[in-house]
Design a protein. Structure first.
Length: 437
């Protein structure tokens, strides 16, 4: 006898998951070598893109009854979307994953702990930037008061799961909160850009944001920062909270369309990919569908923009004796959604004193994937440990990234692998500013 929950889940999948997109999958298997969870589970089809699509279709068609094993398969997906560039049929797997998680959350009866966690994260922390600022101040107090040193000395962090322990080590030193000065318009501006500052980037990685502004000003940009902007909504969308993601998307469109900018620039791969797909997210919204497409057309990643503005010429003038061996870890969404692959590499190769070495698995996820490394710690650590083995093989002393989650994950991996004295990880903006300064 089919359970009430199974029937409700099937109805939710029928209502929310696009059947035509499911039917695009030809089961060819080209996606398999690109999927980290398929690789890490010993080629288990249940944890592959085509396997998950088969599950989605089976639930929608009523061929299987919903149970915890099916939810585990959907939840264990990183959402890295590396399967999409590999797919000859152009299956929109990322959208199917978001729709499926949205369907699951519409039916699921979560535990009290999950309810509280979701409400705190999606209704407060990633909705109201002032609350993100407040949380960051608590982290700074933890670091500056000496409590962090005491906690480490007495082994308090050993009470937490391994991934959380590594992430605590990877957190950057939070500076005192200072009011950002309004960027000065250069006498002869080359281009007018609106800067999407992001929530995590504008708090934990505030220095990187300040340096992004510095870099753009160096290249002659007029920079405008809309005060009304909010979190891009990526974490909401990836976690089955699509309606809440749409609320954030509309707020950002309202904020940015007031500015007649040539580009909307961002420095976080995960944010940039979600911003780039507002047109898809709001496709059924009569009021916002076309406005979202216009918004999408202006989205550009910082590495693409500074290349276009001629930073290579400035880098060519750098003269340093010390040569560094540098590698690069892709932001999954920057690579697989925005299809920005060559640009960061071109920048690094253009630096005279840098010897660039390609990380063999740069296109495979590092295991961060938003908050995945906190929700699926065992798999995240397996992926991270494998990644660090590959990093060791490059002999690189610097790992460059283009996303805050990736940066924290790589720094956690460096600590975990015992490489802290030999290897460091930097955001590409920080690395370039340090060189140009």
């Amino acid at each position: 006898m089919v359970s009430v929950e199974a029937n409700r889940m099937r109805e939710a999948f029928i209502e929310r998951v696009d059947e035509e997109k499911l039917l695009d999958c030809m089961r060819c298997g080209f996606c398999l070598p690109s999927c980290p969870t398929y690789i890490q589970t010993g080629n288990n089809e249940v944890h592959s893109p085509r396997g998950r699509i088969a599950i989605m279709k089976a639930v929608r068609d009523g061929f299987v009854d919903w149970d915890s094993s099916l939810e585990e398969s959907i939840n264990l997906c990183l959402g890295c979307r590396a399967c999409e560039p590999a797919c000859p049929a152009g299956v929109e797997y990322g959208h199917l994953l978001e729709q499926s998680r949205d369907a699951i959350q519409s039916v699921k009866n979560p535990s009290l702990k999950e309810k509280v966690s979701r409400k705190l994260a999606f209704d407060h922390l990633f909705k109201d930037q002032s609350k993100m600022v407040g949380a960051t101040k608590l982290v700074r107090a933890y670091q500056a008061s000496g409590l962090q040193k005491v906690a480490r000395k007495i082994g308090f962090m050993n009470l937490f799961p391994p991934m959380m322990k590594e992430m605590e080590k990877a957190l950057p030193k939070i500076p005192k909160s200072v009011k950002r000065e309004i960027p000065v318009k250069p006498p002869k501006s080359v281009v007018k850009v609106a800067f999407f500052t992001g929530c995590l980037m504008d708090t934990v990685f505030r220095q990187t944001n300040d340096r992004t502004i510095q870099l753009l000003q160096l290249l002659g940009c007029e920079i405008v920062i809309p005060e009304e902007q909010v979190c891009c909504g990526a974490l909401h969308g990836h976690s089955g909270e699509l309606e809440k993601a749409k609320v954030n998307a509309r707020r950002n469109i309202n904020a940015f369309e007031q500015i007649d900018a040539d580009y909307i620039v961002n420095n976080a791969g995960g944010c940039g990919a979600f911003l780039y797909e507002y047109g898809h997210l709001l496709a059924d919204d009569v009021e916002y569908a076309e406005r979202a497409k216009t918004f999408d057309s202006k989205i550009i990643d910082i590495s693409s923009l500074i290349l276009e503005l001629g930073i290579v010429q400035k880098l060519a003038e750098i003269q340093k004796d010390h040569v560094e061996l540098v590698t690069y870890q892709d932001s999954c969404h920057l690579r697989n959604v925005n299809r920005v692959v060559s640009e960061p590499r071109e920048l690094l190769k253009a630096i005279p004193h840098v010897d660039y070495v390609e990380l063999p698995t740069a296109g495979l996820c590092c295991g961060s994937a938003g908050i995945y490394n906190l929700l699926n710690q065992k798999m995240a650590l397996k992926i991270l440990d494998s990644k660090m083995d590959d990093v060791k093989g490059t002999n690189a002393s610097v790992i460059i990234t283009t996303n805050p989650g990736c940066l924290l994950q790589m720094r956690a991996g460096i600590h975990r692998a015992g490489l802290s004295e030999k290897v460091r990880s930097e955001h590409i903006v920080d690395y370039l500013i340090e060189i140009l300064s």
